[in-house]
Design a protein around this ligand. Structure first.
Ligand code: ATP
Ligand code: ZN
Length: 286
């Protein structure tokens, strides 16, 4: 029998689309029709299980699935015995303590003796212990943001991304206690065959991630400025330089990281670069 790598992803919710998209970008074809629980990929020995995100760490620990894509927040809270292997670059959010905008709680020091509602009692209690704050924790599983308004708690500890839910519920953010993004977790005792499949999937994921963090850049430059322009664009090895039909000018091709992008573009222009084109890269194999 050929080994397959069993991968658990969220059935529906905030991580579902990003997880499916990442697999697709890795060239793995999965149909998600008919509300199925598990699906074999058409062209890679992978079987995808669609689960509630909270169940993923346990299923991976118990080897029901070999790997899973899940929020670091869920992994941290669940404290199961799994390995976190690779951050996946989506599902970014933060776990924050927030309190009513016009109330008496203005900093975490005002939380002593107060009641905090959260779905993350373990992460929160660790934080409160570290800060020597003695507040009581009220665990609820959803709609945490309405807890202060209905008199269930004085403050909340919940996931935030844009902050719009806090704003709508007239809450102010006091402190972030945990930053999170989607991470790949793995069972701790994979067979050698499964490890080989995992390495091949990881290679694809890293190529996709690298491509997203980089752009292909093309520009025209006067020959006397080529050296200073090349110094700004080291690229993967070194830039490609091709002569233009117009004497004294060259075309320079290179790769530039997304984070350096605007900074370097300014400097390229200042060095006489013209007709700068920035093109997305689909995969990057180094
Ligand atoms: P399930 O039905 O699978 O249990 P859920 O309702 O618990 O779903 P979602 O709201 O879909 O979960 O969130 C899944 C994950 O998305 C979170 O655990 C977190 O890692 C991430 N996330 C990113 N931004 C946010 C946000 N603003 N609020 C909540 N979760 C977010
Ligand atoms: Zn959940």
């Amino acid at each position: 029998m050929i080994e397959t790598l069993k991968i658990a992803i969220q059935k529906s919710g905030r991580l579902h689309e990003g997880s499916m998209k990442l697999l697709k970008e890795c060239g793995i074809e999965i149909s998600n029709g008919n509300n199925q629980l598990r699906v074999m990929a058409a062209n890679f020995p992978i079987e995808v299980f669609f689960l509630r995100d909270d169940d993923i760490p346990e299923y991976v620990q118990d080897a029901v699935a070999d790997i899973g894509f899940v929020g670091e927040n869920v992994v941290q809270e669940a404290s199961k015995s799994v390995d976190a292997i690779e951050k996946l670059g989506f599902g970014k959010c933060r776990l924050s303590i927030a309190a009513p905008k016009n109330g008496s709680i203005n900093s975490i020091n005002d939380l002593d003796g107060k009641k905090i509602a959260t779905s993350y009692p373990s992460i929160l209690s660790t934080y409160l212990n570290e800060k020597k704050i003695s507040a009581s924790i009220h665990q609820i599983s959803g709609s945490v943001e309405i807890a202060p308004r209905i008199g269930l708690a004085d403050a909340i500890c919940d996931l935030v991304s844009s902050g719009s839910t806090l704003f709508t519920n007239e809450l102010k953010e006091l402190e972030t206690i945990f930053f999170s993004e989607t991470v790949m977790i793995s069972n701790k005792s994979l067979s050698n065959e499964k490890k080989i499949l995992l390495e091949s999937l990881l290679f694809r994921i890293r190529s996709v991630k690298k491509a997203k963090n980089n752009k292909y850049v093309l520009l025209n430059a006067p020959n006397e400025k080529l050296q200073s322009i090349c110094n700004l664009l080291p690229g993967m090895k070194s830039p490609t330089i091709l002569p233009l039909a117009e004497p004294g000018w060259s075309s320079v091709h290179s790769v530039i990281s997304e984070s350096d992008f605007w900074n370097v573009i300014e400097k390229l222009k200042a060095n006489g670069a013209q007709g700068i084109l920035i093109i997305p890269i689909e995969k990057m194999i180094i």
